[in-house]
Write a protein that binds this ligand. Structure first.
Ligand SMILES: C[S@@+](CC[C@H](N)C(=O)[O-])C[C@H]1O[C@@H](n2cnc3c(N)ncnc32)[C@H](O)[C@@H]1O
Length: 262
């Protein structure tokens, strides 16, 4: 899928399913958004929530000078309906913020899907002040137990899908390396395996809708929901490995010209 087609898919997908990622992660045993927000508590300066969607991190950072940015009008409407703001409609590849104006950028579940990624990373660098922090949460492809692997095989078989064809596959387990190449100093790169309660037909349907599968026809989605509803019995849990990467923009060199950034 080329970039214009991917963007058309994303626009239609979020128009049809605003708040879907937050809804899916609300099935988790503990909040991934609380985990993501931990390193951002108490940072000085504005926190830009990149591709904020329904803005779940807003509630995790109540005292922050927080601004949510997203391209989708429907996602921003969902965030506003939940009383979260301020919100700005803009693309992550052209952020409406002055250079060196933000203390932190928060990127929840978005770096594998925003395009073009090099330009988005360049924008994050531009808006962060020297020493500013990027905290990103992304899906991880590793960390599943044998039963977790079987669970996902069951889900993908119901969908007749083999993988999620996202444009930036390296921005998952390879995110730390990507950020280093883009000039960030990676402070931590951790994986945590959450579990989703897929224990009802409603949760099974939510899972099917939340997986970002461009080739999924409405007929196949309905068949997968029926199939997974039978599997989604009380107590059923599905492992979801996520990765949190925290990286800083090097501070400006102090001292003699030519000295390495500190
Ligand atoms: C998987 S959702 C994550 C939403 C939210 N951060 C969360 O964790 O619930 C990805 C979000 O990226 C937004 N998005 C995709 N491409 C974008 C772009 N180029 N600029 C800004 N937002 C974008 C979508 O509208 C969507 O809200």
């Amino acid at each position: 899928m080329d970039e214009p087609d991917w963007r058309r898919f994303l626009t239609a997908y979020h128009q049809a399913h605003p708040g879907i990622t937050e809804q899916l992660l609300s099935l988790a045993d503990t909040s991934p958004y609380a985990w993501l927000a931990e390193p951002l508590r108490g940072v000085e300066g504005a926190v830009l929530d990149l591709a904020c969607g329904s803005a779940p991190t807003r509630d995790e950072l109540p005292d922050a000078d927080w601004v949510g940015i997203d391209l989708s009008a429907a996602e921003l409407a969902e965030a506003a309906r939940r009383g979260r703001g301020p919100l700005v409609r803009a693309g992550a590849e052209a952020l409406p913020a002055a250079s060196a104006s933000a203390g932190a950028v928060c990127a929840a579940m978005c770096l594998p899907v925003v395009t073009p990624l090099p330009r988005v990373l360049g924008e994050i660098r531009r808006v962060l002040r020297p020493g500013g922090t990027l905290a990103a949460l992304v899906p991880s492809r590793s960390g599943l137990s044998p039963s977790g692997t079987l669970g996902w095989l069951r889900v993908m078989a119901a969908l007749r899908a083999v993988r999620q064809p996202w444009p930036n596959p390296r921005a998952r387990d390879g995110l730390a390396a990507l950020l280093r190449t883009a000039g960030f100093r990676v402070r931590c790169d951790e994986r945590r395996v959450f579990t989703l309660a897929v224990d009802s037909a409603r949760a099974a349907a939510l899972l099917v809708d939340a997986l970002y599968l461009p080739g999924l026809t409405p007929r196949r989605a309905e068949a997968a929901k029926r199939s997974l509803a039978r599997w989604a019995t009380p107590g059923r849990r599905l492992e979801l490995p996520l990765r949190r990467v925290v990286a800083d923009l090097p501070a400006l060199p102090t001292g003699r010209p030519g000295q390495e950034p500190v």
